[in-house]
Design a protein around this ligand. Structure first.
Ligand code: PBG
Length: 326
């Protein structure tokens, strides 16, 4: 006797019925880069189709997101001035703070604004914290990250997302937010963030490549998954509300493992290198960009992600409506 799994693949309707991964537009977050100035929309060469905006043009990109049904964004800032202590990261009128205010003034609660909390875009040396010699001083950095998260919340951010990988930062940020009356601002922690070459295009976009050394003393070794579970567990104990794995595609096993090991929502960030590889291979005619975007996005959800942060959020949202994803 031949066992025939093909029976349940015989047509669109039956395939739709037995599909195991169901995806919603509600689960997508779109990252946006803001820079200081007026009337700016600069293409990011390393990330075709992505731009850096000045806050006064936030409406243009947010309206586009909303027209695709994407109402959650993750903000990054590129300051004019960088210094040793990354002071524009926590300045009251810093670039992210300006962008958050611009979006909140225009849209109120109809757009959910998450901010990336880190120092690498703001420090003159490009590392994710305060230096002590050639290393990042963990405990000293916590104060600055907390100040950054609080200033984002004061500007109106709905959620903060620390991406620095310092030990103890979730607890420090939670305490800082609570102290200032932001008890209900959730923390999505980049709990499992690998020291990855997939961030290359982002570092060009944000001008945040380290001026010396690398990030291996704080970001994780790509070979490790047990350590990933420990990192995630510590963040959960410290009060994280959502745990993120980053990057996504080379770490689907980590997403899966984490989804079995936590009861918190699991997010993944499909990073700049993943986007640019698909985009450029598509442009070169080597692959079907849309098809690969659908397949890879579905794989992140299948692996166990509840939330996907992606530069393809708008395209993915359209694909979900068409039934090409989920
Ligand atoms: C900041 C940060 C980075 C990314 C998100 N937050 C860069 C890095 O750690 O070097 C990468 C995002 C992407 O590549 O799309 N620390």
């Amino acid at each position: 006797m031949i066992i025939r799994p093909r029976r349940l693949r015989s047509g669109e309707i039956v395939r739709g019925m037995v599909r195991e991964t169901r995806v919603s537009k509600d689960s997508l977050i779109y990252p946006i880069f803001f820079e200081e100035g007026k009337n700016i929309k600069t293409p990011i060469d390393a990330m075709d189709g992505q731009f850096r905006y000045s806050p006064d043009r936030a409406k243009e990109i947010i309206d586009r997101c909303l027209s695709h049904g994407v109402n959650k964004v993750l903000l990054f800032g590129i300051p004019k001035e960088k210094d040793e202590k990354g002071s524009q990261a926590y300045a009251e009128n810093g670039i992210v703070q300006q962008a958050v205010r611009a979006i909140k003034e225009e849209y109120g609660d109809s757009v959910y604004v998450v901010t990336d909390v880190c120092m690498c875009e703001y420090t003159s040396h490009g590392h994710c914290g305060i230096l002590c010699g050639h290393d990042v001083d963990n405990d000293e950095t916590l104060k600055y990250l907390t100040a950054t998260a609080v200033s984002h919340a004061e500007a109106g951010a709905d959620m903060v997302a620390p991406s620095d990988m310092m030990d103890g930062r979730v607890a420090a940020i939670r305490e800082g937010l609570d102290d200032k009356g932001f008890k209900n601002v959730p923390i999505m922690s980049y709990a499992v963030k690998y020291a990855s070459k997939f961030y290359g295009p982002f570092r060009e976009a944000a001008g945040s490549a380290p001026s010396f050394g690398d990030r291996k003393t704080y970001q994780m070794d790509p070979h490790n998954v047990r350590e990933a579970m420990r990192e995630a567990m510590y963040d959960e104990e410290e009060g994280a509300d959502i745990l993120m794995v980053k990057p996504a595609l080379s770490y689907l096993d980590v997403i899966k493992e984490l989804s079995y090991n936590t009861n918190l929502p699991v997010a993944t960030y499909s990073v700049s290198g993943e986007y640019s590889m698909i985009k450029n291979a598509g442009k070169a005619g080597l692959i079907d960009e849309y098809g690969i975007m659908c397949e890879t996005t579905a794989s992140m959800f299948r692996a166990g992600a509840d939330i996907v942060i992606t530069y393809y959020a708008m395209e993915a949202a359209d694909a979900i409506v068409k039934g090409d994803i989920g």
